[in-house]
Write a protein that binds this ligand. Structure first.
Ligand code: ATP
Ligand code: MG
Length: 414
């Protein structure tokens, strides 16, 4: 495979040249090299070197050096405005709990450093003037779109179970397929994920589920998903997941909600059970608040019957326009709901259809002037919003105040 020279950025080139001029080895490695070979955009260029962290700090004493994880051999140097991570050649000691290296040791050779990396595709490095150094067949695996553990997959997953989830995440992001033994080991070692922190699982999950190749990766890695999202696992294997995700866009919280909502749409699960399952999963994996409530809104919204634009507007007034529109798309893709309703809803809202109390032509002060107090006001506003959405009252001051005067007693009696 003919690959162009890796385009070092000015900052990373300067770092490598400086380290080399002091007699050290230094290469670009990891995700950026992999992504360039694939023709994908990449961000940060990671550098690997045999200089010890203190030596790196010394070499770049005239630049800003940030201690990213000196104990693990990583410092960040800000070179020409680019923060660049420089990691000393290292081998990970025996992992005591499948989570973090029990001890790490710095090693002398590039080969030892590359051997401790997770997958062959992540162990290709590049040296300016030297070209690519590919000791584990990473370039062939990149061109074959294959995820292959370096060394014995079971050993590597036992050392660090997060790699199991990284395999699934890369599969979704890059549209790669795991090689047979790597996939078998991912499934057989999946219980080790219990020792990985919720935060790290959550971070990988969000990247995985929001990636373009998520439907296939979810299906291929469904035994792994079952380990931390057991209720979502059957849907991961469903043929509908692809069309649901495609219709929905990439929002990871919406997509996660969809996985819990689909059995409700199919009549296989009660809505309150699905909401409960989603809520407990989100709490267990420590979803951030926004993702937890967005996903829950999706599960709840997908349990509503939404046959008409009015139903859709009512749903939007309860859970938000974006959320309601997502639910309509999920329901259309998974269960034969009206495929045009989401766009109709968005259009109606864009045209100014009132779906919130704050857009009513009257407000709380107006109702106080009519003599209403406290909860009566909220109740009246909510009732009016319902009538406006249903097209029973026009959203004008005169119509709303007229309606209120007429129904005043029904609120003040509450
Ligand atoms: P991304 O595009 O997501 O940044 P990446 O491959 O650069 O992907 P990073 O998490 O940035 O991933 O890690 C940089 C490199 O460090 C990887 O390419 C890999 O060589 C190595 N690495 C990272 N995490 C692990 C791990 N858990 N086990 C072994 N090697 C790892
Ligand atoms: Mg990276």
């Amino acid at each position: 495979m003919q690959i162009n020279e890796f385009p070092m950025t000015r900052g990373s080139r300067l770092i490598i040249e400086r380290l080399r001029s002091r007699g050290y080895l230094a290469y670009a490695v990891g995700g950026a090299v992999r992504d360039f070979i694939m023709g994908r955009e990449y961000n940060d260029i990671d550098i690997t070197t045999n200089a010890l962290p203190d030596e790196v700090t010394d070499v770049f004493s005239d630049m800003r050096v940030i201690d990213t994880g000196i104990k693990h051999g990583t410092v960040t140097v800000v070179s020409m405005g680019e923060p660049t991570e420089i990691t000393t050649f290292r081998a990970d000691g025996k992992y005591s709990d499948g989570r973090r290296p029990g001890s790490i040791s710095f090693v002398r050779t590039l080969k030892e450093d590359l051997a401790r990396r997770d997958f062959t595709m992540n162990a290709v490095c590049y040296g300016p003037g030297e070209g690519y150094i590919d000791m584990f067949g990473g370039i062939a695996d990149i061109s074959g779109r294959t995820i292959r553990a370096i060394g014995d997959p079971e050993t590597r997953f036992t050392e660090d179970a997060l790699r199991i989830l990284r395999a699934a995440r890369f599969s979704a992001q890059l549209d790669f397929y795991p090689e047979e033994r790597t996939l078998e080991a991912a499934a057989s070692c999946r219980a080790l994920l219990r020792s990985v922190s919720a935060e790290r699982i959550c971070a990988e999950w969000m990247k995985l589920v929001g990636a373009p190749g998520a439907p296939r990766a979810l299906s291929v890695f469904s035994p792994v998903i079952a380990e931390f999202l057991p209720e979502a696992e059957p849907v991961c294997r469903s043929e509908y997941t692809k069309q649901v995700f495609d219709s929905l866009g990439v929002d990871p919280a919406f997509r996660t909600g969809a996985l819990f909502a689909m059995p409700v749409i199919w009549g296989e699960k009660r809505a309150d059970k699905a909401v409960y399952d989603f809520r407990s999963s989100a709490a267990r994996l420590r979803f951030d608040r926004k993702s937890a409530s967005a996903g829950e809104a999706i599960v709840l919204g997908c349990s509503r019957s939404t046959a008409s634009l009015r139903d859709a507007l009512r749903l939007a007034s309860e859970i938000g326009v974006k959320e309601a529109s997502a639910c309509l798309r999920i329901m259309a893709a998974a269960g034969g709901g009206d495929p045009g309703l989401a766009a109709e809803l968005e259009q109606a809202v864009a045209n100014g259809t009132c779906i919130s109390i704050s857009s009513l032509a009257v407000n709380g002060d107006d109702l106080m002037k009519l003599g209403m107090r406290g909860r009566e006001i909220g109740n009246a506003l909510t009732a009016m919003l319902g009538k406006v959405i249903d097209g029973e009252i026009e959203n004008s001051r005169a119509a709303l105040l007229g309606w209120c005067r007429k129904h005043y007693h029904s609120f003040s009696n509450k």
